[in-house]
Design a protein around this ligand. Structure first.
Ligand code: CXF
Ligand code: ZN
Length: 371
């Protein structure tokens, strides 16, 4: 079938809206009608050439939710009509990580930037017959996608799919970083540097975990207002104030128990590290260009302060476990989803959506491919 898709060709170019030929689902695969897909900064990094992918053209988009239209042979546990969230790291189910319930570490993870499907072949072609890749084995910036069953997580049918798309990436990444990576405990103090799609969800994850002090730092003033609505107890305008001094002033000179680096680690890691209490955690969720080889960490301070610096992807928990849990938490009123969506766009306006993200106008833009 011919499918309207937003295609990446070369770094620096906007996404190109094209009709792409999509083959039917093969063994273990499903055809999904994409109802909503979030505009995450990771796709922007790819568009800028900061996060390299192995081929082009490639359909980007990895924060998607939709409805199963058809299934290929050998698909179990999901049927046409089911609502699904697309997981940007597939869970093969058989590697040592998946067997331990740690699907965010699945052996297939390093393959998500390559382009082909899980089985190594392609389902998409352009008008000249060239293979077209799918970012994260998902390629959700399109009206339809064909994905492996390892990439889908079924959810309840009554959750609006624009909200469901958010639990595909930003919400688990942020909420999980607080709950599962740093293991924030009741009464703890937390600093979040960069309160965008990930950081705002760290704020609500920290609140959910019972943190007493949640300090949000950003250079965009209205994001600090949004952060207060999501549970921040204090805010720092990082463009005007000295982050380290401001955090020490709020914590009796001690620093926070957990700092989260959710934007530009080469620039923000050192102040976040210094704003962290002795023996505290510094969690990095933001991506850095692959050719960047170092972070500014003073080795002597690292040892003597006995702090831990750790990376976190997908909230350091299996999407298969976390996504249904987050849907349940939303239903209980324990986390916010609709307030994360700033604007909605038709597929044709996807580049406007990215312009809004980069200009700081959006917390999350969501593309509705059938709008
Ligand atoms: C990213 C996380 C790190 C690997 C590539 C995909 N995910 C989402 O934004
Ligand atoms: Zn993402």
């Amino acid at each position: 079938m011919r499918v309207r898709s937003a295609v990446f060709h070369r770094p620096g170019d906007p996404l190109s809206i094209e009709e792409i030929e999509l083959d039917p689902p093969q063994a273990g695969e499903l055809l999904v009608r994409v109802e909503a897909v979030g505009l995450c900064r990771t796709d922007w990094h790819v568009m800028q050439g900061e996060r390299r992918v192995a081929m082009s053209p490639m359909v980007l988009g990895h924060e998607g939710a939709g409805v199963v239209e058809a299934i290929g042979p050998g698909v179990a546990g999901v049927a046409p009509g089911d609502h699904v969230v697309l997981a940007f790291i597939p869970g093969c189910g058989t590697c040592r990580w998946c067997r331990a319930g740690r699907e965010h570490l699945c052996v297939l993870g390093p393959r998500i930037t390559l382009g082909p499907q899980v089985d190594g072949t392609f389902r998409r072609r352009d008008a000249t017959g060239r293979d077209v890749g799918a970012f994260c084995m998902i390629g959700a910036f399109a009206q339809y996608t064909v994905v492996h069953q390892a990439s889908v997580v079924p959810i309840d049918r009554d959750l609006p799919l624009d909200l469901a798309s958010l639990v595909a990436c930003g919400v688990p990444a942020g909420v999980g970083a607080a709950r599962h990576r740093a293991k924030v405990r009741p009464g703890d103090s937390v600093l979040v540097v960069g309160v965008g799609g990930d950081g705002m969800n760290v704020v609500q994850g920290a609140r959910l975990a019972g943190a007493a002090t949640i300090v949000a730092a950003d250079v965009v003033a209205h994001k600090l207002d949004w952060a207060r609505a999501f549970g921040a107890t204090h805010t720092i305008d990082a463009g005007r104030e000295d982050l380290v001094a401001a955090v020490h002033a709020l914590t009796d000179g001690v620093g926070v128990d957990h700092a989260f680096v959710c934007i530009d680690p080469p620039r923000t890691l050192l102040p976040a590290f210094r704003a962290t209490a002795k023996a505290g955690n510094v969690v990095v969720t933001a991506l850095t260009p692959a050719d960047e080889l170092s972070l500014p960490v003073p080795p002597l301070e690292l040892v003597t302060s006995q702090k831990a610096i750790m990376g976190s992807v997908y909230g350091f928990a299996s999407p298969r476990v976390q996504i249904p849990e987050l849907v349940a938490l939303y239903r209980q009123g324990a986390i916010r989803l609709s307030e994360l969506v700033t604007r909605r766009y038709p597929l044709d306006a996807i580049n406007d959506g990215y312009a809004d993200l980069i200009a700081g106008r959006n917390l999350r833009g969501v593309v509705l491919p059938f709008a």
